[in-house]
Design a protein around this ligand. Structure first.
Ligand SMILES: [Zn+2]
Length: 285
């Protein structure tokens, strides 16, 4: 059991792991050439990762995240972001950061207007995890694109049917927007989301009550937003912190001055330069 855990975390450490000499068990027959082969394949992997990073125009090889936590952190609503009776009613927590000491951030991408095949290839080749929040009016023209995304291991989550300003709507209308999207994602992709992000990050008590009523467990918002040409920050000091949730959007040249890969380059170059790895949000929830 212990051996399995060690191997699993060693794999997840990926390129960051150090190569330490391993001594054979007493009396074990030496396996000639094996250590050399192990080192060789490690070096080959490093070279391959560097090639992929270069091919996508990155300044450096993205850092590998640590293994997912065995015990998940307790997620609570960020101070000042609560609605009336938030905790007593067991409403989904609203948060901008995952409590962790690891130098990791979480990438979340919203809406679904741009459907760029190069983006799917880039994220798969670089092995960068992210979480999608989809709004039906933008994705319904091509559900297949997001099926491809799901098949590559990306979680598809709820961002309403029509992207309204929810606090301006009645409970019934909000429920239609949120639970209607739960149903569509479940029907199209076979999995009912547990994550919901209110459009514009705006919500009230009715929003969270409606979301809870149809299976939502968490309402992650964000601490930073990355665009094709800049970063925006919620905090005055404009710093990335361990566990921060970063927002971006499925947009193309029509909406901002670049492509999805351009945005990802801006994102990865900064987080890598600051010593952060990108981890999967669902692994911490
Ligand atoms: Zn949105």
């Amino acid at each position: 059991m212990l051996a399995v855990a060690v191997i699993a975390s060693g794999c997840a450490q990926g390129e960051r792991a150090e190569v330490r000499p391993v001594h054979p068990a007493p009396g074990q027959q030496p396996l000639k050439g094996a250590p050399a082969r192990a080192l060789d394949s490690y070096a080959t992997k490093l070279r391959a990762a560097a090639r992929v990073a270069k091919r996508w125009g990155l300044a450096g090889v993205p850092l590998a995240p640590p293994a997912p936590p065995v015990r998940k952190p307790r997620i609570t609503t960020r101070k000042g972001f609560e609605v009336d009776g938030h905790e007593e009613k067991g409403l989904p927590p609203v948060f901008t950061t995952i409590p962790t000491k690891e130098k990791i951030v979480f990438l979340t991408i919203d809406d679904g207007a741009e459907k760029d095949p190069a983006f799917l290839r880039m994220m798969s080749e670089l092995k960068i995890p992210y979480t999608a929040f989809l709004s039906n009016y933008l994705v319904k023209g091509d559900y297949g694109y997001f099926k491809d995304m799901q098949d590559r291991g990306v979680g598809l989550n709820n961002h309403t049917l029509h992207h309204p300003h929810l606090p301006g709507l009645s409970y019934a209308r909000q429920k239609h927007e949120i639970c209607g999207m739960q149903d569509i994602i479940e029907r199209r992709y076979g999995k009912r989301p547990t994550l919901f992000r209110p459009p514009f990050g705006n919500y009230n008590e009715a929003t969270l009550r409606a979301a809870k009523s149809c299976g939502v467990k968490y309402a992650p918002i964000w601490n930073e937003e990355v665009f094709v040409d800049r970063w925006d920050y919620r905090e005055w000091d404009r710093e990335i912190r361990p566990g921060d949730i970063v927002l971006s959007h499925f947009r193309g040249r029509g909406e901002w001055k670049g492509t999805m890969p351009d945005m990802i380059r801006r994102f990865l170059n900064k987080v890598t330069a600051e010593g952060y790895a990108v981890a999967r949000l669902e692994d911490y929830l």
